[in-house]
Design a protein around this ligand. Structure first.
Ligand code: UDX
Length: 433
């Protein structure tokens, strides 16, 4: 099948590469010449395990190509995927749909023959219907249907999630569009991946509801962690005991410094807005947003307290700044609240992150970037674990405490055992225990 992806950001690129791996002929289009040139050289602009190899393999098999030529790419396609960004609009929490509708108008002008226009970007309920209206207004003769096909890819595990999804969600309005979507996802259906066919509005809602639920689950366990600290319980045991209940499940029950990244903050805000606009507020999600923001500030207070409420002139080593491991993504990362607060209070912050430096240098000015954890903690007055990268999980704590000026550790991901850390000489604080 001939497929075209509009937008070579995270979602567009991963989806395009994976569709080509199914055996489809995929053309990825972007507006930025530098991006297309880089992709044609084989450079992947994001860090995602396995992506570069899979891309190279499918380019070599001539099933995957990158182009600026929008018109030809859309004209040839049986399905065109809109995978452009939907950032939070400044001021009102709405998803900014400028890029989605601009893409729809441009697609309308280039359509040839029956085509399904599929939205992969996360968009508010009603957007797919509006995309159809925009296309019809721009090109009344176009032969097309729209489909909503939200993605559920975790950064760092995106290829795995695409190839072995819990489910694929497809919103459609008729059997003709369903037939095209079924053909696209046939390789997954053959592997027994469940495919949920539903209407456009339900498909759009599934994405928001799923992300808001996961953000709520994390926020719930973060609040229970706070309470555990007060009553002397251990959040690790509590999560384990709760998660074994199959109705609850163990995933997304790890207490931490608050969720970050592009999807949870932006999708919870968008869902809250949709609720308010329809006079059906989703109050639990409104609370989750507020609690998560607060949490990042609480984490700074925790580090300050560990340092005797004075960090001016002290050296603090920070391990990990990306919002989670195996990504170079810094968007909405707790580090963006915590590190500037420490710097603002006069701390000399030294940062280590296996992938975060490229994006982080601009976002976290006034810190010193170090290549490895042992060098970073040399002469430090405290060390803070912010992201649970594997390479921080098995550091020699005795060696570390010996290198530090004052052996204090704030482990905001609970990667160390409190007794072991204390035995190694650390004054140690963590989350919920
Ligand atoms: C998420 C969704 O999982 C995915 O379905 C959606 O399409 C995009 O958003 P991702 O952005 O890769 O994926 O992040 P994820 O692994 O889900 O983690 C999100 C945030 O929650 C991270 O900051 C992480 O540290 C935090 N988190 C996650 C916790 O604090 N505790 C947990 O138990 C799980």
């Amino acid at each position: 099948m001939q497929l075209t992806m509009i937008g070579t950001g995270y979602v567009g690129l991963v989806s395009g590469v994976c569709f080509s791996d199914f055996g489809h002929d995929v053309t990825c289009v972007d507006k930025l010449p530098a991006k297309i040139e880089a992709l044609n050289r084989g450079d992947v602009p994001i860090y995602e395990p396995g992506l570069q190899d899979m891309m190279a393999k499918n380019v070599a098999k001539k099933r995957l190509n990158f182009t600026l030529d929008f018109e030809t790419a859309v004209g040839n396609a049986e399905a065109v995927f809109i995978a452009v960004g939907t950032p939070t609009r400044r001021g009102d929490g709405h998803a900014d749909l400028t890029y989605v509708y601009a893409a729809a108008r441009e697609i309308a002008r280039s359509l040839k023959g029956y085509t399904v226009v599929v939205t992969k970007s996360t968009v508010p309920v009603g957007t797919n219907r509006e995309v159809a209206r925009v296309i019809r207004a721009e090109n009344p003769d176009a032969d097309f249907d729209v489909s909503s096909n939200p993605e559920f890819l975790r950064e760092g595990a995106a290829i795995e999630d695409f190839m072995r999804p819990d489910r694929v969600v497809v919103g459609i309005e008729n059997d003709r569009a369903r037939g095209v979507m079924a053909k696209i996802y046939r390789p997954l259906a053959l592997r027994e991946a469940p495919i949920v066919y539903t209407d456009l509005e339900s498909a759009e809602m599934i994405k928001y509801a799923a992300n808001a639920f996961l953000a709520t689950k994390i926020t719930f366990i973060n609040e229970i962690a706070n309470l555990c600290e007060k009553v002397g319980a251990d959040i690790q045991s509590v999560s384990k005991g709760m998660g074994m209940d199959q109705r609850i499940g163990s995933k997304f029950l790890h207490a931490g410094p608050g969720y970050g990244e592009s999807c949870f903050p932006k999708d919870t805000k968008a869902l809250a807005r949709i609720g308010q606009e329809h006079a059906s507020p989703v109050k639990i999600v409104e609370q989750v947003i507020a609690i998560n923001e607060d949490r990042k500030r609480q984490m700074t207070d925790r580090i300050m307290y560990l340092c005797g409420d004075k960090v001016a002139g002290k050296k603090i080593a920070v391990l990990g700044v990306t919002f989670k491991p195996n990504t170079d993504d810094m968007r909405d990362s707790p580090s963006l609240t915590i590190v500037p607060a420490l710097v603002g209070a006069g701390a000399d912050v030294h940062v280590v992150d296996p992938q975060g430096r490229k994006e982080g240098e601009e976002l976290l000015p006034s810190v010193t970037w170090i290549e490895d954890a042992y060098t970073a903690v040399q002469g430090a007055d405290a060390v803070v674990v912010l992201t649970e990268w594997n390479e921080f999980r098995a550091l020699d704590l005795v060696k570390m405490s010996g290198l530090m000026n004052d052996a204090k550790m704030a482990d905001l991901r609970n990667i160390y055992d409190p007794a072991e850390a204390r035995a190694a000489g650390f004054e140690y604080v963590s989350i919920g225990r």
